[in-house]
Design a protein around this ligand. Structure first.
Ligand code: ZN
Length: 138
């Protein structure tokens, strides 16, 4: 597999702080200053209270698998198959779509505890992915 062929995100003014933090190994998410909600993906207004007053806050990178699928066909060239696409519930009350790595895809389960890991694609781009850390959550 050539990681160079994998489709790349295109950071915008809104999402660049997320990618810059990822490049230095920090997972961040928007945190609303008005209602205290964390949300993802970044957007102009808080989806809960519609306030535009939010800022980036660091995440522990700890969470659990809310849902997942094992992909056996790549949407485009550049993906190593099979891979796990999952919705991760982070401990701060937000969720993101990511990949689960570092385990046999057949062992992935809903509720599995995971922690962020970092997958460097090239000199500039680092993707947040998740690895099992052992144990399930209720
Ligand atoms: Zn809010």
């Amino acid at each position: 597999m050539s990681s160079a062929a994998r489709p790349r995100p295109s950071p915008s003014e809104l999402t660049r702080p997320f990618w810059d933090a990822a490049a230095s190994g920090r997972l961040v998410r928007p945190l609303c200053s008005s209602c205290g909600s964390s949300f993802f993906a970044p957007q102009i207004c808080c989806p809960r209270c519609l306030s535009e007053d939010w800022d980036w806050a660091e995440s522990s990178g700890l969470g659990s698998i809310y849902s997942y699928t094992v992909c056996h066909r790549a949407p485009e060239p550049g993906f190593e198959l099979p891979y796990v696409l999952a919705v991760i519930d982070l401990d701060e009350g937000w969720s993101m779509l990511s990949n689960v790595v570092g385990c046999d895809p057949e062992t992935v389960r809903i509720g599995m505890t995971v922690a962020v890991a970092w997958q460097r694609l090239d000199a500039e781009l680092v993707l947040p992915v998740f690895e099992p850390v052992g144990g399930d959550r209720p």
